[in-house]
Design a protein around this ligand. Sequence first.
Ligand code: BGC
Length: 248
Amino acid sequence: MEIFGVDIGGSGIKGAPVDLDKGDLAQERHKVLTPHPATPDAVADGVREVVGHFGWTGPVGITFPGVVEGGTTVRSAANVDKSWIDTDARVLFGNRLGGLPVTLVNDADAAGLAEMHFGAGRHRRGTVILLTLGTGIGSAVFVDGVLVPNTELGHLELNGHEAEKRASSKAREDHDLSWEKWAHRVQKYLAHVEMLFSPELFVLGGGVSRKADKFLHHIKGIRAEVVPASLQNNAGIVGAALRAATGS
Ligand code: BGC
């Protein structure tokens, strides 16, 4: 079965039809730059362009980088325009896509669903936490494969700062940190999350999962297993389509 997945990120809006039997993109993805300011109207135009590129007419799953209540309403907007807050994004995107059925899910939750079904978290029981280290830090918490949605662990406080301002991939670039220095910040953050949740497994996602060889070996002293996401940058697209298909 194929369902369309769209991933709205801090730098790009990416999408493709997803082959849900394989857990992979069915065609090469299409990307447009995320508009700045990333207002609801401007982002919806980007989503329409991505979906329209494929002439898609079926159901669409869309990720959003903030809290998504009940698969419809946006309740936070840390890295996009504040006017998103309280927007019924399912209605907004549905209208912009000419009435196609739309399912909305938090971006990290989508990546986590994809990793649990097809990737690094497959068949893993107990507590598994996926963290996406990108423009912000997103989290997806699973207990025996069941998602606890909208956990927002990127906003935990770490040494007096919001964790995502210190340990996201953007923080590494903004502060011009070496991989090793940045890995130490990630390590501190993981130790903090581990103290709170005692997971069996951490899956590290986002663009940096492709560069795990540069930083993973610098992360030490974490009891849980720490592995890179295996769907890498396509996890959000695949997870959005999965959510649209199964609602889980
Ligand atoms: C948002 C999360 C999101 C994460 C990654 C955070 O700032 O609050 O909802 O999952 O960034 O985009």
